[in-house]
Design a protein around this ligand. Structure first.
Ligand SMILES: [Zn+2]
Length: 249
């Protein structure tokens, strides 16, 4: 970003009021990954109500090299994801995903599409309640699907669909446990005392989810949520320390 005027397609992830009345803004862009910028203007700025978490659209920034600051000049939100803000569970999930994106620097620059997919899926689930499950359970399933797509795009998800430990010597059906030691799904012979039992069908669903839009994977919410502890363990290894918002989910 050598030029002084920058434009990017972004999702606002987090904002924080500054003592001067402006806002510190963290956004995730398609072009540059995570961007930290600043909104001047206090309560009179017309952008105050536009620059809010999960609003998505084109932003124009001016880079002040002397003060090492990127100033927001214009923002045109195309999608507000208003439904995401309509219930507690969806707000908490979007907050958790935003924190994950900030901690990982937007998955090293590749996180925009995964975050977009999550917000679009949440919006669809909340506004079209055609699913046969409570919203809280659907949000848990979305969390697992988002988690596995994050792991996959950062190389932390084991793609081989066989026992992670003795790969090649077992058939698909032998996967019956999640092993925290190998951070993967293993057969009975390779499991240890700390391994978590999993359903083979649920693991199959998780692998299939990598090839499908999140929205189409919400057909078996119980199977997905049964893998919550396994997916969160893998994410824990990737993140190294827990997210603040984890406690709220
Ligand atoms: Zn094995």
């Amino acid at each position: 970003m050598a030029e002084r005027n920058i434009t990017a397609y972004v999702t606002i992830l987090h904002t924080k009021d500054s003592p001067s009345g402006g806002k510190f803004v963290t956004c995730l862009s398609n072009e540059y990954g995570l961007i930290e910028c600043f909104l001047f203007g206090g309560s009179k700025s017309k952008y105050r109500s536009l620059v809010l978490p999960w609003h998505t659209g084109r932003i124009w920034l001016y880079k002040d090299s002397k003060h090492d600051l990127k100033k927001i000049c214009d923002f045109d939100p195309e999608c507000l994801f208003a439904a995401v803000r309509s219930c507690y569970e969806s707000i908490m999930l979007a907050n958790w995903a935003s924190e994950l994106m900030i901690k990982t620097h937007g998955l090293g620059g590749t996180g925009f599409s995964v975050m977009q997919e999550l917000l679009t899926t949440i919006e669809a689930v909340v506004t079209q309640p055609t699913f046969n499950a409570p919203v809280a359970e659907l949000m848990r399933a979305c969390k697992i699907l988002f988690g596995v797509k994050v792991l996959n795009s950062t190389g932390y998800f084991q793609k081989t669909y066989a026992c992670e430990h003795c790969t090649g010597t077992n058939t698909e059906n032998s996967v019956l446990y999640y092993s925290q030691n190998t951070m993967g799904f293993v057969c009975e012979a390779c499991s240890d005392e700390g391994s978590l039992p999993v359903q083979n069908e649920a693991v199959k669903l998780l692998f299939a989810a990598l090839e499908k839009p999140m929205y189409e994977c919400l057909t078996d919410v119980d199977a997905l949520t049964s893998l919550e502890a396994s997916v969160l363990d893998m994410l824990g290894h990737m993140l190294e320390r827990p997210l603040f918002t984890s406690a709220l989910l």
